[in-house]
Design a protein around this ligand. Structure first.
Ligand code: DX5
Ligand code: ZN
Length: 234
């Protein structure tokens, strides 16, 4: 199985100190930072600085939209931004996220009829590619062709849209199915993951672990990061 990677979700961080929060996570052992980008279409919430049409123009900049990501990338040298794009038209945001310093662009399979062309656009901007599936999407929806063209597969363990939800254990068998098909691929879990739910995920074969509330809400985030990593490595 590929190496363990811990990717704290900044959605649960103190947005007023975003760069400091990211630095704190890296110092505490996190390899990646998970940036949740929501467009108000694919999911009801918004964490984008710009809105896709046809919603009315909105100039507010809610972390972590592309303008915020650009600030984080500048303020945290060497950061690996794992961008989880909960957006209706994933191809539209590839350039913005690449310009903002995104390292990995993970789009939802449910959001496109042509995943291979989205992957091509992401590759053209030299980002790593992630393909996400929501709780109601079977693992078989990810074809071999799509998976082989991607670097990472994301199995959502909550319905996308907000942090702090309850872990859906019924999603875990999909991790095992994908691990059986793709022994060397990064497989990420996201949603309600923490010390109490990591073991089933790790056992099923997930190696990239997203946790928001469980890490930022802990008195000692470093300990939680270490515990999550140890579970994947055992
Ligand atoms: C949910 C997001 C998650 C979320 C995770 O839509 O994709 O990344 O922030 O937060 P927790 O770990 O609190 O469930
Ligand atoms: Zn996410």
């Amino acid at each position: 199985m590929p190496r363990a990677i811990i990717s704290p979700s900044v959605l649960a961080s103190d947005f007023g100190q975003l760069t400091a929060e990211c630095k704190r996570m890296i110092k505490g052992g996190a390899e990646w930072l998970h940036m949740d980008v929501m467009d108000g279409h694919f999911v009801p919430n918004i964490t984008m600085g710009k809105l896709a049409e046809p919603l009315v123009a909105c100039t507010i900049s809610c972390p972590p939209g592309a303008p915020i990501l650009a600030c984080v990338s500048k303020g945290v040298p060497g950061i690996f931004m794992d961008c989880h794009m909960m957006v209706a038209e994933p191809e539209k945001w590839v350039n913005d996220i690449a310009d903002a310093g995104g390292a990995l662009y993970c789009f939802h399979l449910e959001a496109t009829g042509d995943p291979l062309s989205v992957i091509k656009a992401i590759r053209a901007r030299n980002m790593k590619v992630g393909v996400a599936i929501s709780p109601d999407t079977p693992s078989t929806a990810i074809t071999d062709e799509v998976a082989n063209a991607a670097d990472m597969l994301l199995v959502m363990t909550v319905y996308p849209g907000r942090g702090g939800q309850k872990f859906l254990e019924r999603c875990v068998p999909k991790v095992a199915e994908l691990r059986a098909r793709f022994p060397d691929k990064d497989i990420e879990v996201d949603g309600g993951v923490g010390p109490n739910t990591i073991d089933v995920c790790a056992h099923a074969g997930s190696n990239v672990i997203v946790a928001g509330t469980a890490i930022f809400g802990a008195p000692n985030p470093d300990e939680v990061i270490a515990k999550l990593k140890a579970s994947v490595n055992t």
